[in-house]
Design a protein. Structure first.
Length: 260
C-alpha cells in the first residue's frame, strides 16, 4: 500500500504545483506546465504567453520562483524553464483564462462565448467547444455550450488531439466555471480519407520509376571507379609473372652451360 500512497502523493504535488504556478504567473498568461523527474533533479517547463514577465529583470523573478518551489513542495533541485506559446489562441488554458477575465469585466456570456469560438477557429483549429456553468443570468445554476467544427468526446483521439483548459470567473452572483476544448490543427483522424486523382497517382508512379532508374546508374559509376584499381592490380600481377619467367629462363641457361 505504501507504493500506491507514494504515487498518489506525487500526483497531488504536481496538481498543487500547477495551481501555484497558475497563481504566480496569472499576468503572464499561464498556458500549462510540464513536470518531469530526471537524475539531475525535477525539470519544470512553464508555457506562458509573455515569458519576460516570468523571467524578470536579469532573471530575478524566475530565481525567486525556483526558491519558492523548493521550499513549499520540497522538490530535489528544481529547474524551471520558460517557453513562449507561439499561438495563444490555440492554447486552451490561455483562452479559458481570457474568457473568464472577459466575464469578470462585464461581458455578456453569449457574446464572450461566440467571440472566443470565432477567434480560436480563425487561428486554424479544427474544432472548439466552450462550456460555461454557474449562475449565468438567474438564481438557478445552468450550463451553456458554444461549439463549432470537429469535436471528439471520448477515446484515444480525444486524449491525443484535444487540448483542455479550465478557469473560474468570480462574479457577484457566484463563481462560473469556464472549460475550453480545442482540437489541434494538425489532427489526423481515422475517418479522414484522401482520394487522389488518377493524374496525381501517375505522376507519383513516374517519379518512383525515375528514382529507381537513377539508383542503378549510381551503382555503375561506383563500379567504374573501382575498375582503374583493378586494372592497376592486374598490371602489377603481369609484371611479376614476367619477372618470374625471366628468372626461370636464366636458371635453365646456367644449368645447360654447366652440363656442357
Amino acid at each position: 500500500m505504501a507504493r500506491e500512497r507514494k504515487f498518489v502523493k506525487e500526483k497531488m504535488d504536481q496538481v498543487m504545483l500547477k495551481e501555484f504556478l497558475q497563481e504566480q504567473t496569472e499576468r503572464a498568461g499561464f498556458g500549462g506546465a510540464e513536470i518531469k523527474k530526471t537524475p539531475m533533479g525535477t525539470r519544470i517547463t512553464l508555457y506562458t504567453e509573455r515569458p519576460a514577465l516570468v523571467i524578470g529583470r536579469k532573471g530575478k523573478r524566475i530565481r525567486e520562483l525556483t526558491e519558492e518551489i523548493k521550499e513549499k513542495f520540497d522538490f530535489d533541485n528544481p529547474q524551471v524553464e520558460v517557453e513562449e506559446v507561439n499561438v495563444p489562441e490555440l492554447n486552451a488554458q490561455i483562452m479559458a483564462e481570457k474568457l473568464a477575465s472577459s466575464l469578470e469585466r462585464g461581458w455578456y456570456f453569449r457574446r464572450a462565448g461566440h467571440s472566443t469560438v470565432r477567434k480560436i477557429l480563425d487561428s486554424g483549429a479544427k474544432g472548439c467547444q466552450i462550456i460555461l456553468s454557474g449562475k449565468l443570468t438567474g438564481p438557478r445554476h445552468r450550463v451553456e455550450k458554444f461549439q463549432d467544427g470537429h469535436i471528439k468526446y471520448c477515446g484515444e483521439e480525444k486524449k491525443k488531439w484535444m487540448d483542455e483548459g479550465f478557469a473560474q470567473a468570480k462574479l457577484k452572483l457566484g463563481v462560473i466555471g469556464v472549460t475550453v476544448q480545442i482540437m489541434d490543427p494538425e489532427a489526423k483522424l481515422p475517418d479522414e480519407i484522401e482520394i487522389k486523382p488518377p493524374e496525381k497517382v501517375r505522376e507519383e508512379e513516374a517519379e518512383e520509376e525515375s528514382e529507381e532508374e537513377e539508383e542503378p546508374e549510381e551503382e555503375e559509376s561506383e563500379e567504374e571507379e573501382e575498375t582503374p584499381e583493378k586494372e592497376e592490380e592486374s598490371e602489377e600481377e603481369t609484371e611479376d609473372e614476367l619477372e618470374e619467367d625471366v628468372e626461370e629462363m636464366e636458371i635453365e641457361e646456367e644449368e645447360a652451360e654447366e652440363d656442357e
